[in-house]
Each structure stands twice: as C-alpha cells, then as structure tokens.
Design a protein around this ligand. Structure first.
Ligand code: ZN
Length: 439
C-alpha cells in the first residue's frame, strides 16, 4: 500500500546534528572499523554483526552540558550514546517511545521473598506496547537518514507492530514478514496500522534467512537485518532508564527474556557505558536471561558453560521468544559470563503460571515472554540466587492484551438472569463466601 502522506523530507542531507558521539561501526569479532555513513550491517571479512562505537570522553562532556531536567523523557534522553546524528530523523521517530515505568513490585516480591523487586514495564511502551518500540525507533530513524521511504522486517510479532506503527508516523511504507507460527492479534494489528503483511511457510530462522536474500534482491532496508547495528542500540535505553529510575544506583540483578539476544547483550553494553561516563557504578550488576524450555539455545549454552550456540527448532507457546538460531547469542553468553549471571528456562505451563502470578500480584497482564521472565525469576529466587534485600529488576517486554487468545482460559461462566437471587447464587458459585451483613 502506498501511503498518501508525503515522504520524509531530506533527512540524509540534514545539517543540524544531534549530540550523538557515535564515531563509526566496528565488527564484533575482528574489530574492523567502518564509517557510520556506510550502509553495511555485517563484516565482509568475518561475517559477524557490527557494533556502534562512540567517543566516550566527548559523550561525558556533552552529557554534562545539558541538565537532566531539560532532556526529553523518551528514548532520545541519552542521545549522546545513540547512533542517530541527524536531528530531523530523530524528531520524526519515537518521540513518545521509551521512559517506561519502573514499578516497585511489593506484592510479587513478597511472594518470592524479595524486598526490593522492580519491574521495568515495557508492556506499556508507546506506540506499540512492547520493548521493540525502542529498537525499531532507531531503525526507522536510520532509514530516514538514508533517505529511504520503505522498510521491511521479519517478526515473531512485536517487531512487526512496532515497525507498522513507527513507519506510519514517519510516513514510510512497511512490509512485515511473519513465520508460520505467530500470535494472530499482532499480525492483525500490523494490518490495522497500514502495513502490508506476508506470512511465510517456515519458522522464524528460515524466514529470517530468506529476508536477507530479499533485502539483497530488492534493496529494501529491513529493520532488524540490514539496519541491525542501529536497531540494537535502541535496547540500551532500557539500561539507562533503569539505573536513572533507581536514582543512579545500578541494580544487583536484572532478569530479562532472550530471543535473538539483542536486549540482554545491549543491557550489558548500556550499563558499561554509564560506568564509562562516570554516571553510575554498574560493574556489579548481574544479568540473568530467561528462555522457554522449548527454545533455549542461549540458556543451555550458558548452563553447559559452552562458548558456541547450538541452534534448535523452536517448540513453544512463547512465540516472541521462538528464535532457534539467535544472531546475538554469542554476545549474550559473553555478557552473562562477564557479569556473573546465569540462564534459566521455563516450560509452557510454567510460563502461563508466570503470567497469572504477575497478574494476580501486580495487576499487569503480560505476554508469554513476560511469563517466561517471571517463571525464571521465581526459579532463581527459589534457588537462592538473590539475597533477600538485593535490588532485582525484571524486564517485562510485552503486553498480554495482544496474546490473550494464546492463554489457556478458565471456562466462561454461564449467563444468569438479571435478578438479585440469581446473582447471589452466581456469586456463591464463583466461590464468594456470603458476608454476615448480607445474611
Ligand atoms: Zn569482522
């Protein structure tokens, strides 16, 4: 569908610069450098992904120049450490993404024996109710810097809705490629937001590989493939916010779900950058990752103390975590080892029990990825991985309203007559004990 709106205006030629201190791209493995302007996403020498490098001394100076009260409460709050250099691209994308609440989870904490438990609640992220708003904002901003007007993505669900929403706001066309197994509500949301949706026979990893070919054949930029070095940087904003929201105290532990590995590896990078800038002492923060039992290649490698990821064929109800060959898995292994964390996994019934536990204690409805995080948090607490007064942050990455159809529901009660007696009888049937006043 071609949009009626005007395409983005001349972002690549934008003369006004952000305070970004990005200096270039660097290969994760062989450390070969590339200019930031070069449209490249994998190292031609060794095939690995590219990271964004920064001038941290300059970033520290820039950061001191602008008081925090004058900084926006969105993903661009720490723009010195983000890779977008043109202000026009930034202004168009994600101005209301990020800065999600950090919730003191007293009731869940009491259940788990933790007195300082917090939830980083990206299930309320704007515009599309998942953490993916952070990363896709960077992809779309980069797309505008490149002067392009269409974007594709491969998605298990949440990337697609973020791309559909942020592309619409930026006035560019969006094409979302889904694997066979998806959460239907997410694909429907993409279409409602004006993106074109193509469901492909195959699992995420197969569709992802084919989308690389598609990008090469068409020249279309893909949010989480060709724009990946930029995409990944958006995930760091969650780390910056967590530490600032704890009044510049880095938590003792972060528990986060892992699929492709972007979030957990960039939480590690973001924490390290806060330390480099002298903003917080973050070196003691451990990162623990949560995966479904039916797709746990990263957690398995961590627990077996292996350096290599062995790809698996996903079989889990947590579709948003169903990535069997995680591209950034090796970075996660490195991050978790360096930080002294661990990996854990949960079966599908445990994942849905995790969703229910979060709902009944904190009133938050999350999707299976969040249920996985809560289930693994519970296991780590039971195994004594946390001291009772440790500060623990669990990252809730997605909203359960998108995945209610996947949840094994209790049977729906029969309709009753609109009469007092019938409704009193219904209350009793639902388990309420009659109160002395009513008797
Ligand atoms: Zn390389």
């Amino acid at each position: 569908m071609r949009r009626p709106s005007t395409p983005p205006s001349s972002p690549s030629g934008s003369r006004k610069r952000t305070r970004s201190c990005a200096t270039g791209l660097v290969c994760h493995r062989c450390e070969r450098n590339f200019p930031l302007e070069q449209a490249i996403f994998a190292c031609p020498d060794c095939g690995k992904g590219l990271d964004v490098a920064y001038d941290y001394e300059l970033a520290a100076r820039h950061f001191a120049e602008v008081p925090r009260a004058e900084r926006p409460l969105n993903i661009w709050r720490f723009e010195e450490l983000l890779p977008i250099v043109g202000t026009s691209a930034q202004a168009l994308v994600g101005s209301y993404a990020g800065y999600t609440p950090l919730i003191a989870a007293d009731r869940l904490g009491a259940e788990l024996g933790l007195s300082n438990l917090y939830l980083k609640d990206d299930s309320t992220s704007r515009p599309s109710l998942s953490y993916k708003d952070r990363v896709v904002s960077m992809s779309v901003a980069r797309l505008l810097e490149l002067g392009k007007d269409e974007i594709g993505c491969v998605s298990t669900g949440n990337v697609g809705t973020a791309v559909a929403s942020l592309a619409a706001k930026a006035g560019v066309d969006a094409y979302v490629f889904y694997p066979s197994h998806l959460e239907a509500m997410k694909a429907r949301a993409c279409r409602a937001l004006g993106a074109e949706v193509c469901q492909v026979e195959g699992n995420y990893d197969e569709v992802n590989r084919r989308c690389r070919d598609l990008a090469a054949a068409t020249g279309m930029e893909f949010a989480n493939i060709t724009l990946r070095p930029f995409y990944a940087e958006g995930a760091k904003t969650a780390a910056f916010e967590i530490v600032e929201q704890l009044d510049w105290q880095s938590p003792d532990h972060i528990v986060t779900p892992a699929a492709g590995g972007t979030l957990s590896s960039r939480l590690h990078k973001g924490l390290g950058e806060l330390q480099l800038l002298g903003l917080a002492e973050t070196s003691a923060t451990r990162i623990h990752i949560a995966q479904p039992s039916g797709c746990n290649p990263i957690a398995s490698a961590i627990l077996a103390e292996e350096a290599e990821i062995h790809a698996v064929t996903p079989e889990t109800a947590a579709h948003s975590l169903a990535i069997g060959a995680p591209g950034d898995g090796y970075l996660v292994i490195d991050a978790v080892r360096k930080r002294g964390g661990t990996g854990g996994f949960a079966s599908d019934p445990e994942i849905f029990a995790g969703i229910d536990l979060l709902a009944s204690t904190e009133g938050l409805l999350t999707e299976p990825a969040g249920g996985t995080t809560i289930a693994v948090l519970e296991k780590l607490a039971a195994a004594g991985r946390f001291a009772p007064d440790d500060t623990v942050v669990a990252v809730i990455t997605g909203n359960g309203l998108k995945t209610l159809d996947e949840h094994p529901a209790k049977p729906w009660p029969d309709k009753v007559d609109c009469e007092l007696d019938a409704m009193l009888a219904a209350l009793e049937e639902l388990g309420r004990k009659p109160s002395p006043v009513a008797a």
